[in-house]
Design a protein around this ligand. Sequence first.
Ligand code: ADP
Ligand code: ADP
Length: 226
Amino acid sequence: TPAVELRDVSVHFGRTVALHGLDLSVAPGETLALLGPSGSGKSTALKAIAGFLRPTSGRVLLGGRDVTDTPPNRRGLGVVVQSYALFPHMKVFDNVAFGLHARRVPRREVAARVAEVLDLVGMGGFRDRYPRQLSGGQQQRVAIARALAIRPPVLLLDEPLSALDAALREEMVAELLRLRAELPDTAVVYVTHDQGEALALADRIAVMRDARLVEVGPTESLYHRP
Ligand code: ADP
Ligand code: ADP
């Protein structure tokens, strides 16, 4: 069963067609990059998976279950989008614990899980800091830890590195590769306009243009790595 499946998904905003008949599936453990220029529909596809918007037509399935009419917080996904920043008034620990409290995870287990995911992203020593006391890269790591804390079968990342400078981006790509190896069963959908990031991180690449999928295939077959 695919971890994620989009069946003929279209999204219209008034007269704008943001997504046109997208068919796509992602296997458990697979990292799929959605690659394409700005405005090609990548974020819209990700939001349809996350449930932040409802498709005009088509269906969204997670683990074989039709979630087209399921609200985002009931989909059990880990999501990192730029607009969904850390809570500034909460320490790192509480930011990461937030989703666990909401899910009524027992307090002792919350502490263990927060420690685990903060270690996973290399932020174990920062639990008592506030977001403003962290660099952009560190904040992004905490955002990823927060998404992972609920142990989602699917992790959605929307341009997670775009706010970082080039050197830090490179470091974070290495970090994400390491993270992937630690989470062998987690499906990842990685939205980017950066071909280099897609090449470095994805098992498969889906290329989007003008609201459509124009090509999809294993990374090695679409591009030759330098
Ligand atoms: P990408 O993520 O590839 O940059 P988007 O999915 O954000 O592309 O956008 C695809 C198209 O849909 C663009 O033309 C964009 O302007 C339009 N669009 C996205 N969100 C909205 C919205 N909330 N209202 C109106 N148009 C939107
Ligand atoms: P864009 O950058 O393409 O304009 P964003 O990634 O900023 O779009 O987010 C689009 C919408 O998704 C925003 O209205 C935001 O409030 C909503 N959103 C983001 N995260 C969540 C969430 N966890 N739950 C509900 N809505 C969310």
